[in-house]
Each structure stands twice: as structure tokens, then as C-alpha cells.
Design a protein around this ligand. Structure first.
Ligand SMILES: *[C@@H]1O[C@H](CO)[C@@H](O)[C@H](O)[C@H]1NC(C)=O
Ligand SMILES: *[C@@H]1O[C@H](CO)[C@@H](O)[C@H](O)[C@H]1NC(C)=O
Ligand SMILES: *[C@@H]1O[C@H](CO)[C@@H](O)[C@H](O)[C@H]1NC(C)=O
Ligand SMILES: *[C@@H]1O[C@H](CO)[C@@H](O)[C@H](O)[C@H]1NC(C)=O
Ligand SMILES: *[C@@H]1O[C@H](CO)[C@@H](O)[C@H](O)[C@H]1NC(C)=O
Ligand SMILES: *[C@@H]1O[C@H](CO)[C@@H](O)[C@H](O)[C@H]1NC(C)=O
Ligand SMILES: *[C@@H]1O[C@H](CO)[C@@H](O)[C@H](O)[C@H]1NC(C)=O
Length: 921
């Protein structure tokens, strides 16, 4: 059996790196092949014949002309594992793809079934059910060491084989997940919708060579139950795909739309039920007229919670022909997955879908805790066959010369390296295998001393015979509690045989060591002589020296222990490090250069101070340096940053990246040229340029859209918790964006009421303050305060303006609104230039927003509708173009009647202008 195994183990170094690849980070291995060649799409294939043992088989499948599918490599159906090892860049995300085309290579027509693993982690069970069908397995993982291994093992039928192995290195943020140190992503579905033909899209259309399957390529139970009215759309326009997972442009240029209002699909998800990373890719690729909208919801039968978020592709992507990628970072999915998209009632067009990806989270097994020590051990023998088996020493099957315990984190219990022609000292790595029970190193040419195995307390059998070991027999051997057999015969050991060892009830063979002799009494004699001749003083000295010596050895041992621990410590800190490459990471020096060492302070928020900056490419940025203690740790910060980077909306301040260095947590946002709404209402900017009423309405609409998106477009819902006029920022075109969302940590500065309840005095929902139950309606309350500020220009809290009894804007405004007199609260700087009914609409909606109970307040969607109605009234009364006209302050009318008159259908021609504006950025 062993002999047979070694026939197969006759192979060479199996380390590969990507130096030959056409794309940096591409490795395309033709398993069983013998030549290097470039295929028709430009991928450079290399054969595995120099790096892998095993046999090769020829196959021929009618219609399959690709050279990499003419050959396979196969392995014996035994209990061993067969591993390919690749050099990779550590802490980098890779796609690893393995393909299998059986083609009856062994002429046995026995369809093989075996396991595929990545290092110690189970990846998949390959079950061949059709000789002519290519089985494809793909994963995305973050590398944690400089090599990865792909192993075949556990053949239950037929012989394990493989056709190709492909590695594609990702860059930037692709497929970052917060779970990536514990789970890798196993591909279940990657679909290009509206493909038009059955061809897949891959390299060079996808620079990362992901394979996007056509939705026209039907399989049993895959993409069935398609809704009637599903139509294909395509465009030649360029698509901006430069964010998130960067799906290829060619995939985004096609889509399906549900002309009758729905798209539906059902597909079986291999490997599920399980937890998934599931994302959809949308881009508006149809020219819609300005009065048309495309809004829709995800519908998963039986799961109403999924239908909360509303997709409005153009708004979310901040323009046409741009990618918007919503999805679930962690969602539990069934094996039979039905889903659809359904248009909302107020949408004029049906849903669109360009592409989709679903991956299953598969746990990473970091394997045996002894793996690092063993990797170091085998690295001493680069030319020995037994040292090349690759992968984890224990999982999924152990190396041929190793036995492991059966724990989930197995330890090495036995080493069988008899007669392997090993030279040199016994490497000290072996002494770190603390669960060792048996070690056989006999029959080699080992030299040097017997190392210190005193930490291996479970050792039962030690075979060191027939080597060239020198030095004395260490005394610790007598103290190994479980030792039963000790063989050291035929070495060059010297000195005395420890008496304890001779007295121990064990099998002990020390023959053939000529200079090894039994203990004599000479030492006792010497001590007696020393006593009598030199007397007691010297004895003291001796005792002292002995003590020193003992202490030193103790210290030595302690140091040795520390060195022993090093690999484990390294491992620990390595895994606790979180990577957030999903978002751009700036160097601190880059930020310092951009901000001129934080020279220009432009604001201070709940979480830190904001500085102005300009990057070397001229891009202006706002740099928020977080108050150090607002984050518990690196991981927490990066998790938040990662979530932030997934939130995209035209009316939310774009998040550009982060920096984390020297204890500084920094978030980089787009710079908003016109500062905060607060400054425009009350700050130094007021004097220069007063916001007129239509500007204020547009700002309210923009902000409401941003907040509505946080409430309805994100899942789970995001509650801002700290809406205020200083968190509404204005860009060059005076369009508003909401900032400071998503940071959910309790703040530490004085503007916040408590460390549990977050918010700013004056904006804080009293119901939330009392109950501490946070809902979207708390944001609605704060937004109501902002609307009151827009009307009145007043601060939310001021004993000067409102009098000592009132103090806050709500009770002050309420008394006027209730008595029908709002003119007295309208900001005098508007100089009467507004339509009274438009102001009334806002006053009424703000009044609803600040109702004491959340249940009485409207939703943000309802608030937005009211604001849009107020805009229509204002525009209608000032001419269709929306330009400024003279005052339309109509005195004695009943507000409601007039509002109704003005909102008659003929008047809905004027839509807010910025529906037409292309997205910024
Ligand atoms: C496979 O084909 C090559 C020629 O392409 C031939 O030399 C080789 O013997 C074949 N191997 C087997 C196992 O048939
Ligand atoms: C080997 O495969 C069989 C069946 O495919 C499975 O039951 C068994 O658990 C596997 N063994 C290991 C060690 O993975
Ligand atoms: C990532 O790779 C893509 C495709 O090769 C390239 O266009 C892009 O510039 C790369 N990005 C970074 C940050 O390296
Ligand atoms: C889909 O809509 C078209 C016209 O828009 C109509 O002819 C067709 O009957 C509809 N199909 C279904 C199933 O509703
Ligand atoms: C996903 O969520 C589930 C349940 O909330 C949790 O148990 C699991 O650890 C999460 N992560 C992954 C990768 O499954
Ligand atoms: C949009 O406007 C066009 C005219 O520009 C009109 O024909 C169409 O009916 C309008 N659609 C909706 C949904 O209002
Ligand atoms: C043992 O190793 C030596 C060199 O280290 C080599 O010359 C010799 O051929 C090897 N013997 C065997 C049996 O492998």
C-alpha cells in the first residue's frame, strides 16, 4: 500500500506563481496538459506536468474544441489527498475556479464522485452525472497566507480528476465582506439578464474573468417561471460600472424589463439552504421621458420583509447608464428560490434587471493548529517527496506520514519518517507538536543532539534509532509521564545514562552507543571532597551558583516558550486584522497632504472635526477625523465604513473612502461647496445670499428624498438619528444632500443628550427620548423641525426668540399655526416673496411631523409628496419655468381651498427640474 503510494508521490515542486500570466494575478492551469498556449480569448494556459504527479487521460467530446478540455489529470481512488499549491499575494481576494469534464477518460464509464477542498476547508463534492458536461466550481476568498492549495480527496466512486484550475486576482473592493476571515464565498448563480444569445460573458469583456451566464441558457429548474411581458433591452451606450463589484459593461448593457409590471424567476441554488451574499445589478439603459419613473420592489413569496426597500434606479445610481448595486450582505436563502421585482403603484415603468450574483457563505477551516509549525518543518526539505504533499497536514485527509487527532481543529499525534534519508539536526519544530504520541525518525542520517521534547507530555513511543545523533541522553526523558518505548540504539550518544530512565518501567534500547555508560558514584565523591576540604562557605557559594543556574535555565525555558508561541501569536493578530478594501483606503500622508496637515477646519459634528482637502488629482474632499473614543475598535470602525460604502443615493453625501493609521479614524466624503443649510439660514452666509422660498422647498425635497431612501431603500432600514440643518449640505448647484448617516455609535460630545439616546437637543423626538424606542418616525420628527426652520429661519431652541415659557420652535410655531396665522412666523428675509399656500402646505406637514406620538406622524414618503405638492404650487404661481416672479402673497384666502384649486390635474406639467439633470460625480 505504502509502496504504491510512493510510486504516485514521485513528483516535483508544485508551487506556481503567476509570472507567466497575461494579466497580473491570472493563472490558468491546463491539468493533464503538456504545452503552453494562448487560447482564442487570450488566456495563457500552462500545463501542470511539471508540478503535479498522477496520471493523465485523453478525452474527446463532440463539439468541445478547447484544448484545455482535451486532457484531464486523475489520481488514485484512495484515502489520500492530492493538492495543487499556488503562490498568491497574501491578504488579497482571489477567484478560484476548478472545472471538471469527465469525458470517460478512464474508459470505465463510472461517474466519479469526490471532494474538492481549499486548504483545510471543504469546498464542494463533485458529482459527475453527465460525461460531456463541464462541472464548474468557483469561490472567492481572501488569502491569509502566501500560498493556497486546492485538493481532491475522498473518492467515493470512480477516480478523482480535474480539467482546469484558474486563479483570478481581484483588486480594490471587489467582494469584500465583513465575514471574509471566517467564510469564503462559493458561487451559486451569476446571471447576465437580457443576454440575447446563450453565450457567456467573460474575459476580456470582464477584466476579472468572471463568467456571466446568459439567462437564455436554460437548464432544468434554473430561471423558470418567467413572467409574461418580460422583454429584453439592450444599449450600446457606455455604462459607468466603476463602483462596488464592477460588473462588466457588456453585461450591464443588456437587461430584462417587466413590461406588465413584474419580473419573476425561480431557480435552484446548489448547496442551499444557507446564508448568502446576494446582489442585483441595475442600470437605467432606456431613455425615459422626464415625467416617467421606474420604481420597483423585490418580491420574495412568503417573505414580505424583502419588499420594504424601493429601487429607483436612476435616483440611486445618480443618473442613467450608471450602476446601482443593492443586495444583501447576509441573507438566508432556500434551495428553491423564487423571486421577482414588481413596480410600485406610482411608477410608470415596470422593473428592470441587468444582472445578479448569489454566493453561499462557506466556513473557512483554518485547519490544524500545527499547520504553521509543519510548514516550517517541511521547508527544511525542499527536495524530499514526502515534504511536498501540500495543503493542511491533517485536513481534509492527513499527509501520508502523519496521523492526526479527530478534533475539528486536529492536532498531529504521530510522525512516521523512518528511513527517509533525512540529514542534519532534528528540527526543533517537531518539539512544538504538543499532542505528539508517537514519533519515528529512525533509519535516517540525523546528527546533533536530541532536542527538547519535554513539552510533548503525551509521547508514548520515541524511535530515534539508527541515526548519527550525538550528545547525552536528556534527563527530561525520564519525566515524560506517558513514555512506554524509547529507542536510541546505534547512534553516537555519549555521557551517562540517567538513572531515573533506567529505573523507569519502559522499553529502553540504548545499545550500540559506545560512549554511553551507566552512572557512577564519582559525582558523590567529588561533592564529599568539596564539603570536607573547602568547608561550609564554599557550600553556600555552590548553592548560590546552583540557584543562579536553575534560575537561568528557567529563564531560558521561558524564552523558549515565548519563541514557541510566536507562530500562534502571529496567527492571532493576523486574523483579528480586518480588511476594508471594499472602500478606498487613503494613506494618512495622502490625507495630510490634501488637507495641508488639517489646516482648514470646515465644521465639527457629533463624531469629530471636518477639514477641507484637495487631493493631488484636484478632487475636493471633506475629511472627518473621528473622535478617537467614538469607536471601540478597528473592526467596528471598518464594519461601519463598509456599510456606509454600500449606501448610494443622489441625495446622500457620497462616501469616498477612509484612512486608518496612527490611531486616527478618518472618513473621506465628497466636498460640498455650499456648506450646511444651517449656515444659509442663520450663519454668516445669510447676508450674502438669502435662500428664497423655492430654493428652500427644493432643499427640503432633496433632503426628504435622501431620508426616504434611508428609510425605504435600505434593508435593514437606516434611521439617521441626528437630522438637523447642519447635517444637510449643499453642493455647487445648491442641491441638498444629507450627511452623517449610518454612524450609529453613541457620540461623546456635549450636543448629545445621553450616551444611549442619540440626537441633538431641539431636534430630538420626545417620544424616543422617553421610550428609547427608535423608529423612522423619530427622523420624521427631526425633519419637521427642519421644515419649521425653513419657514421661519429660527433656531430650534432659543429663549431669546421664543420667550422663556416657550423656548422651542415647536411650541412657538404651533400656537401660530393653530390660530391660522403663519405670516408672523415666516422668515422676514424672504421679504414676502412666496406663495402663501405653498408655505401653508409646508407648515401643515411640519405640524404633522412634530406630533407627540410617532404613530400620528406621516412617513417620509408622505412628507415628500406634500413637499412636491408645495413645489408645484409655488412653480405654478410663479410661471412654469420655475423662475422668480413678484410676490404672490395672497392675503385672505383659505389656504386649503386654494391649495386644492392649484393642484388640479391640468397643472401637473411642471416637474422638478432636476429630474432632468444628469447625476453628479
Ligand atoms: C493521449 O494522446 C497523446 C497524443 O495526443 C498520446 O501520445 C498519448 O499516448 C495518449 N494517452 C493515452 C492514455 O491514450
Ligand atoms: C467522504 O465522502 C462520503 C460520501 O461522499 C461522506 O459521507 C464522508 O463524510 C466523506 N468523508 C470525509 C472525510 O469528508
Ligand atoms: C482594478 O482592476 C481593473 C481591471 O483590471 C482596473 O481597471 C482598475 O484600475 C484596477 N483598480 C485598482 C484600484 O487597481
Ligand atoms: C401584458 O401586457 C400586454 C399589453 O401591454 C397584454 O397584451 C398582455 O395580455 C399582458 N399579459 C399579461 C399576462 O397580463
Ligand atoms: C449571517 O446571519 C446569520 C443569522 O443572523 C448568522 O448566524 C451568520 O453568522 C451570519 N453570517 C454568515 C456568514 O452566515
Ligand atoms: C409623459 O409625457 C408625455 C408627453 O410628453 C405623455 O404623452 C405621457 O402620457 C406622459 N406620461 C405620464 C406617465 O404622465
Ligand atoms: C540520500 O541523500 C543523499 C544526499 O542528501 C543522496 O545523494 C542519496 O542518493 C540519497 N539516498 C536515497 C536512497 O535517496
Amino acid at each position: 500500500m505504502a509502496a504504491l503510494l510512493y510510486l504516485f508521490l514521485y513528483y516535483f515542486l508544485c508551487f506556481l506563481s503567476s509570472s507567466k500570466a497575461q494579466m497580473p494575478g491570472f493563472i490558468s492551469l491546463d491539468c493533464g496538459g503538456t504545452d503552453e498556449y494562448t487560447d482564442e480569448i487570450g488566456l495563457e494556459w500552462i500545463p501542470d506536468n511539471h508540478i503535479m504527479y498522477g496520471l493523465t487521460g485523453n478525452i474527446s467530446i463532440p463539439g468541445e474544441t478547447r484544448k484545455q478540455y482535451m486532457k484531464v489529470r486523475y489520481f488514485p481512488a484512495d484515502t489520500n489527498k492530492y493538492c495543487y499549491t499556488f503562490n498568491v499575494k497574501t491578504r488579497t481576494r482571489y477567484l478560484v475556479r476548478a472545472t471538471f469534464l469527465y469525458g470517460n477518460f478512464d474508459k470505465s464509464n463510472v461517474f466519479p464522485k469526490f471532494d474538492l477542498s481549499l486548504g483545510a476547508s471543504y469546498w464542494s463534492t463533485i458529482v459527475i452525472s453527465d460525461a460531456a458536461n463541464i462541472e464548474v466550481q468557483e469561490i472567492v476568498l481572501l488569502t491569509s497566507s502566501p500560498t493556497i492549495s486546492v485538493c481532491l480527496s475522498n473518492a467515493s466512486t470512480g477516480q478523482p480528476f480535474i480539467s482546469t484550475l484558474e486563479l483570478r486576482q481581484f483588486n480594490g473592493s471587489l467582494y469584500y465582506t465583513i465575514y471574509e476571515t471566517q467564510f469564503f464565498l462559493k458561487l451559486s448563480a451569476r446571471i447576465n439578464f437580457g443576454a440575447g444569445s446563450t453565450d457567456s460573458v467573460r474575459y476580456p469583456d470582464d477584466p476579472f474573468d468572471r463568467i456571466w451566464e446568459s439567462d437564455a441558457k436554460r437548464r432544468a429548474n434554473y430561471l423558470v417561471d418567467v413572467a409574461p411581458g418580460t422583454k429584453i433591452l439592450s444599449t450600446r451606450m457606455p455604462i459607468d460600472v466603476s463602483t462596488d463589484e464592477m460588473p462588466p459593461e457588456k453585461v450591464m448593457q443588456t437587461a430584462v424589463v417587466g413590461e406588465n409590471g413584474s419580473l419573476t424567476y425561480r431557480l435552484d441554488l446548489d448547496g442551499f439552504p444557507g446564508n448568502a451574499w446576494a446582489f442585483s445589478y441595475f442600470a437605467e439603459i432606456e431613455e425615459l421621458s422626464p415625467n416617467e419613473t421606474r420604481k420597483f420592489k423585490l418580491v420574495v413569496p412568503g417573505m414580505p420583509a424583502y419588499s420594504k426597500a424601493i429601487v429607483n434606479v436612476q435616483e440611486n445610481a445618480q443618473g442613467k447608464y450608471r450602476l446601482y448595486e443593492p443586495g444583501y450582505i447576509n441573507v438566508s436563502l432556500p434551495f428553491v428560490f423564487s423571486f421577482g421585482f414588481k413596480k410600485t403603484n406610482d411608477s410608470s415603468r415596470g422593473p428592470i434587471l441587468n444582472a445578479m450574483e448569489i454566493y453561499k457563505y462557506q466556513p473557512i477551516n483554518y485547519g490544524s493548529p500545527d499547520a504553521i509549525v509543519m510548514a516550517s518543518f517541511v521547508s527544511h526539505y525542499p527536495l524530499a517527496n514526502w515534504a511536498q504533499e501540500g495543503g493542511d497536514p491533517c485536513l481534509p485527509a492527513s499527509w501520508s506520514w502523519v496521523q492526526c487527532s479527530s478534533d475539528s481543529q486536529p492536532r498531529i499525534t504521530s510522525i512516521f519518517l523512518s528511513e527517509k534519508n533525512i540529514t542534519g539536526n532534528i528540527p526543533t519544530e517537531l518539539t512544538k507538536l504538543v499532542e505528539l504520541v508517537e514519533i519515528r525518525l529512525d533509519g535516517n542520517s540525523l546528527t546533533g543532539q536530541i532536542p527538547d521534547f519535554s513539552g510533548c507530555l503525551n509521547l508514548i513511543k520515541i524511535h530515534l534509532e539508527n541515526n548519527e545523533l550525538t550528545g547525552s541522553l536528556p534527563s527530561y526523558l525520564a519525566n515524560l509521564p506517558s513514555l512506554k518505548e524509547l529507542y536510541v540504539q546505534n547512534n553516537h550518544l555519549t555521557g551517562e545514562l540517567p538513572k531515573e530512565l533506567l529505573n523507569k518501567n519502559i522499553i529502553f534500547d540504548y545499545s550500540g552507543n559506545e560512549d554511553l555508560h551507566k552512572e557512577t558514584n564519582s559525582l558523590n565523591h567529588i561533592i564529599i571532597i568539596v564539603f570536607s576540604v573547602l568547608g561550609f562557605g564554599l557550600l553556600l557559594l555552590t548553592v548560590m551558583i546552583c540557584c543562579l543556574f536553575v534560575r537561568n535555565t528557567k529563564k531560558d525555558q521561558a524564552e523558549a516558550n515565548i519563541t514557541n508561541l510566536q507562530p500562534a501569536q502571529k496567527l492571532g493578530s493576523f486574523f483579528s486584522e480586518v480588511s476594508a478594501e471594499s472602500v478606498h483606503r487613503y494613506q494618512l500622508s495622502e490625507i495630510e497632504d490634501a488637507t495641508g496637515k488639517f489646516a482648514k477646519r470646515i465644521g465639527a459634528g457629533g463624531f469629530g472635526i471636518v477639514y477641507y482637502g484637495r487631493l493631488s488629482d484636484g478632487k475636493e474632499i471633506a475629511v472627518k477625523v473621528l473622535t478617537n473614543d467614538s469607536y471601540q475598535g478597528i473592526r467596528e470602525f471598518l464594519n461601519e465604513v463598509t456599510l456606509l460604502s454600500r449606501i448610494h443615493h443622489r441625495n446622500l453625501v457620497s462616501f469616498l473612502g477612509y484612512s486608518q493609521q496612527d490611531g486616527k479614524n478618518i472618513i473621506v466624503y465628497e466636498f460640498m461647496h455650499n456648506g450646511t443649510l444651517k449656515e444659509h439660514l442663520r450663519g454668516p452666509l445669510t447676508r450674502e445670499r438669502t435662500l428664497n422660498w423655492i430654493n428652500r422647498l427644493e432643499i427640503a425635497e432633496d433632503a426628504a428624498k435622501g431620508i426616504e431612501y434611508l428609510h425605504t431603500g435600505c434593508s435593514p432600514t437606516i434611521i439617521h438619528r441626528d437630522l438637523k440643518s447642519s447635517n444637510i449640505l449643499l453642493d455647487k448647484n445648491m442641491r441638498a444632500k444629507v450627511s452623517d448617516f449610518g454612524l450609529s455609535k453613541p457620540a461623546v460630545d456635549g450636543s448629545h443628550v445621553s450616551s444611549i439616546v442619540r440626537g441633538t437637543v431641539g431636534y430630538l423626538d420626545p417620544e424616543y427620548y422617553i421610550s428609547q424606542q427608535l423608529t423612522e418616525k423619530s427622523d420624521v420628527y427631526s425633519f419637521g423641525i427642519i421644515l419649521l426652520e425653513l419657514i421661519s429661519g429660527q433656531e430650534p431652541i432659543s429663549s431669546e426668540s421664543f420667550g422663556l415659557n416657550c423656548r422651542n420652535i415647536v411650541s412657538w410655531a404651533k400656537s401660530y399655526i393653530e390660530s391660522g396665522n403663519i405670516e408672523d412666523i415666516i422668515d422676514p428675509s424672504l421679504q414676502g416673496d412666496y406663495n402663501m399656500q405653498s408655505v401653508w402646505k409646508i407648515a401643515e406637514v411640519s405640524f404633522m411631523c412634530v406630533k407627540p406620538h410617532g404613530s400620528q406622524r406621516p412617513s417620509m414618503t408622505e412628507v415628500l409628496k406634500e413637499i412636491q405638492a408645495a413645489i408645484e404650487i409655488e412653480r405654478a404661481s410663479s410661471g412654469l419655468g420655475g423662475g422668480r416672479t413678484a410676490s404672490k402673497n395672497s392675503a385672505d384666502h383659505s389656504a386649503n381651498t386654494i391649495a386644492m384649486e392649484l393642484a388640479t390635474p391640468e397643472q401637473n406639467v411642471s416637474f422638478p427640474e432636476f429630474f432632468l439633470q444628469p447625476g453628479l460625480r
